[in-house]
Design a protein. Structure first.
Length: 337
């Protein structure tokens, strides 16, 4: 039973997702109060929140365990003093996005694929985000009505897949998304569309009739790559949203990040894979942490990561075991570990 203080203020479908977005928690002290930890603020940092703002939907807060300072969902979003400690080897651009820039909001790292940084907005600000320092004000593909990004893709017949990323591309309005895909539909060499999004997990109300109609009307096979790191991120509202996405024809995959204090045990990783599969999602990647400034306290060393992955493979059916990878700037693909 969810305590009354944590109950989402609106039943799913009662209000539009934009209103729930606006009602997100932005004050670290309010967040701690909502989960019964107002007297346990050790390590919480308002200075870290000023550098990288707190934002978390109330429905996601409702899935946190009340009175548990080590709750794995809380740890992903609560700003901590540890973020402010300089750590050698951790950089502002951890994965070489700037070196792979191909145009306004367009990143080209891997053969055949173009990634569009569609927006800088997210419904939740994850403290380990590899783009927490990204210059979104200067680099979004939506600038100039998508024209430059679409022209770049149209001019290169080697690009057969477009990846919508961000930020979170589904933070854009559906008409804005439709504006982009209408322009992309005129490019004959495009064969696939991929969307990287956390919204169906943290704000499942985003999966509304308008979004589903847009998705179902696209001319390409669409893969939706979700981002959940712990089994507790799934609940009935998330299950319903994912079922609707599958009903619209989307293939659902999940990529997680291995995070110390969140999912760095074989039990947590197995539960995540099995709970996601129950909701119709196949595991895709388990990423080693991108070494971005402010996230060093989440790092799990490679030896421990490999051992966890070995244990996971020994426990689960092969199709439930994500690939353990690291993104290295300049590599032609994700590097297996």
């Amino acid at each position: 039973m969810i305590p009354a203080a944590l109950t989402p203020p609106h039943a799913p479908g009662a209000v539009r997702w934009q209103q729930l977005w606006r009602e997100a928690v932005r004050d670290p002290r309010e967040l701690l109060a909502l989960v019964g930890l107002e007297d346990v603020a050790t390590g919480m940092s308002e200075a870290a929140a000023q550098q990288f703002a707190l934002r978390v939907p109330r429905g996601f807060v409702a899935r946190m365990r009340r009175g548990h300072p080590t709750d794995p969902l809380l740890r992903q979003v609560l700003p901590l003093d540890e973020e402010l400690r300089p750590t050698p080897g951790f950089a502002i651009d951890a994965v070489g996005d700037s070196l792979a820039r191909a145009g306004q909001g367009v990143i080209r790292k891997y053969r055949g694929r173009a990634l569009l940084v569609a927006t800088g907005s997210c419904a939740v600000n994850c403290r380990y985000c590899f783009r927490r320092h990204f210059p979104y004000g200067d680099e979004t593909a939506a600038a100039a009505g998508w024209r430059d990004a679409v022209a770049l893709i149209a001019a290169d017949p080697a690009i057969d897949e477009v990846i919508l990323s961000g930020g979170d591309p589904w933070s854009l309005s559906t008409p804005k998304l439709a504006e982009l895909t209408a322009a992309l539909a005129d490019i004959p060499h495009l064969r696939r569309l991929r969307v990287h999004t956390r919204l169906p997990v943290v704000l499942p109300e985003r999966v509304d009739d308008e979004l589903l109609a847009w998705l179902g009307g696209l001319r390409w096979p669409v893969t939706v790559v979700l981002h959940a790191n712990h089994a507790n991120e799934f609940d009935a509202t998330v299950d319903a949203a994912l079922a609707r996405l599958r009903g619209a024809g989307a293939t659902l995959l999940n990529q997680a990040v291995l995070l110390r204090g969140v999912n760095d045990s074989v039990d947590a990783l197995a539960d995540l894979a099995e709970r996601g599969f129950q909701a119709g999602v196949l595991p895709y990647y388990l990423h080693q942490l991108d070494r971005v400034q402010g996230a060093a306290h989440f790092e799990v060393d490679d030896a421990r990561a490999r051992e966890l992955h070995r244990q996971l493979a020994a426990r689960l059916s092969g199709y439930l075991v994500p690939r353990l990878v690291r993104e290295v700037a300049g590599d032609p693909g994700k590097r297996p570990l």
